[in-house]
Design a protein. Structure first.
Length: 494
């Protein structure tokens, strides 16, 4: 694995989705790439497991912006459809409220707006105008906040940056998501539907800047999709592409440190062996990286940042088909503001939590035995801070079952025939994400986007960062963009 004169070399720490995407991009640039992961399988949070005769995706369940996956195949002159396919999900979400309201969120804006008008006190034209405004916000910010480095000062002279600067007043960075939603809509159910998008990056709608109200545009403007074979097929197909490009994967291999010589990263150490590389990419959570792989003192400002939320997940094999449910179902809390207060301030789970039920077997029936379903039941949870998770799980499980029974008029416990539970502590053990946070630091402040760790090390040459804990943020699409930005920075002078 040592650097040869003929071909430049690259090591990637972590086979998460951003690590795999960066490996593909570096291989396409002609690098000899080695990827190291402490786990014995790839994907990190985007992995999969079997529970009896059920198959579950471990983490992500919502798939948007599929072109960001496809562009990796095209970059390597491969046909995406030979590796990966997906289908449009309709309706995108089903929303349930305690008063019996059930709202179908079609990705067609007009029918969604009509649903809101039929079931709430808000008018369809208000929803349509709101979503148009979010589209505009997305178009103003995407180039600056999502598609380029925020830390490369050359970008500040570009046309897209100047355009964003002119539209700055429109992105509502100085007010919160909830304030904007509350000003726009009069019905608390509509407000909750749009406040919920803050959780897409582990944030609190009562604190996060209203710039993030553009998130729904990703669903309504571009659609919600499901990959054939389940979410894990994203990992599998990109893994296959990476291997076809000559990338080598080293599983069950914990990287112990990043080797440094003066102001340059020169390689990695694993199994007490030093390995030299021309370029090093860190796909590990950046907070963890500064605690374990790099000198801690240089990363203190990142370590101090508020962490994003985590999740408590019940994976249930359910021996019944629930025809009143879709792929993505949300059972809202009646105490939404308190739920977030408890989550971010008290680091607890509210007694009446909002429940997300994802039933992947609706689109991948092969994941469950006939007449059965895979239920991924997720509740927002605080990051790890010394909680007694056994006690939290026992109490929350009861609250969740009671709420599901009440709102869906069922007796769900009777149908659970297989169960696994994911706590923030388990998430940290599996993926080394510090304190079990899903998205690295939270986006609860107006400065969050600027404070997020850059894709190029501010301290060491030849060291780059990709993944959900660095710029531009967490979630599959942004992880894929982080790999793109990091690779562009790494190969700019080649
Ligand atoms: C419950 C849950 C639900 C989610 N829902 C969604 C969703 O619906 N849609 C969406 O888009 N996103 C969702 N996400 C977020 C998404 O999964 C992540 O943002 C994304 O998968 C993170 O990818 P990553 O590249 O940052 O790497 P990770 O998945 O964090 O993987 C990092 C890898 O690095 C390895 N590693 C770390 N340190 C070392 C070391 N020292 N040596 C060797 N290996 C190391 C780890 O073992 C791990 O495999 C969800 C996440 C979770 C947990």
């Amino acid at each position: 694995m040592n650097s040869s004169k003929s071909q430049k070399t690259c090591a990637i720490i972590g086979a998460g989705i951003a690590g795999i995407a960066a490996a593909i991009r570096m291989a396409a640039k002609g690098y000899k790439v080695d990827v190291f992961d402490k786990n014995d399988t790839p994907g990190g949070k985007l992995s999969s497991f079997n529970l009896g005769s059920y198959r579950f995706d471990f983490g992500p369940s919502l798939f948007t912006l599929p072109h960001l996956v496809e562009e990796l195949f095209l970059l390597c002159n491969k046909k995406p459809e030979q590796y990966f396919s997906y289908t449009k999900v309709e309706p995108g979400h089903l929303y349930f409220f305690e008063d019996g309201t059930r709202i179908e969120a079609s990705s067609d804006i007009n029918s969604f707006a009509q649903q809101i008008e039929n079931h709430t006190r808000d008018k369809s034209n208000v929803v349509i105008n709101y979503l148009k405004k979010q589209e505009e916000k997305f178009n103003i910010t995407k180039e600056v906040f999502l598609q380029h480095s925020l830390h490369d000062y050359k970008n500040y002279l570009s046309l897209h940056f100047l355009k964003a600067l002119c539209g700055l007043h429109k992105i509502e960075a100085l007010t919160t998501m909830h304030e904007v939603n509350q000003k726009t809509f009069c019905d608390s159910r509509t407000i909750r539907i749009f406040d919920r998008y803050a959780t897409y990056n582990g944030s609190n709608p009562y604190q996060a800047p209203a710039t993030l109200t553009m998130i729904p545009h990703i669903e309504f403007g571009f659609g919600v999709y499901f990959p054939k074979g389940g979410m894990y097929s994203i990992t599998q197909s990109l893994l296959q592409l990476a291997m076809d490009m000559g990338v080598r994967f080293h599983y069950s291999t914990l990287v112990e440190s990043i080797l440094l010589h003066r102001n340059t990263a020169t390689g990695i150490q694993c199994d007490n062996t030093k390995l030299c590389y021309d370029k090093i990419f860190c796909n590990a959570d950046v907070h963890y990286a500064y605690q374990k792989l790099l000198p801690q003192k240089i990363g203190e400002k990142y370590i101090k940042q508020e962490r994003s939320s985590s999740a408590l997940v019940f994976y249930w094999g359910i021996k019944k088909i629930h025809s009143q449910l879709a792929l993505h179902n949300i059972l809202f809390s009646e105490h939404y503001e308190q739920e977030f207060h408890v989550l971010f301030k008290e680091k607890k789970i509210h007694q009446d939590p909002t429940i997300y039920i994802n039933i992947a077997s609706k689109y991948a029936p092969e994941d469950a035995p006939q007449g059965c379903e895979t239920w991924f039941v997720m509740i927002n949870a605080p990051h790890q801070q010394g909680q007694n998770w056994d006690a939290v799980v026992a109490e929350t499980r009861q609250n969740v079952i009671r709420k599901i029974n009440r709102m869906l008029q069922t007796d769900i416990e009777k149908y659970i025939e297989a169960e696994r539970i994911l706590t923030p502590a388990e998430l940290e053990r599996k993926t080394l994400s510090a304190q079990g946070s899903i998205y690295g630091s939270s986006s609860n402040s107006v400065f969050s986007a600027f404070l997020r760790h850059p894709n190029r090390s501010p301290h060491y040459k030849n060291l780059f960062f990709c993944g959900g804990s660095v710029h531009p943020g967490g979630g599959i699409p942004l992880c894929l963009l982080s790999a793109k930005i990091a690779t562009e920075l790494a190969t700019r002078n080649d």
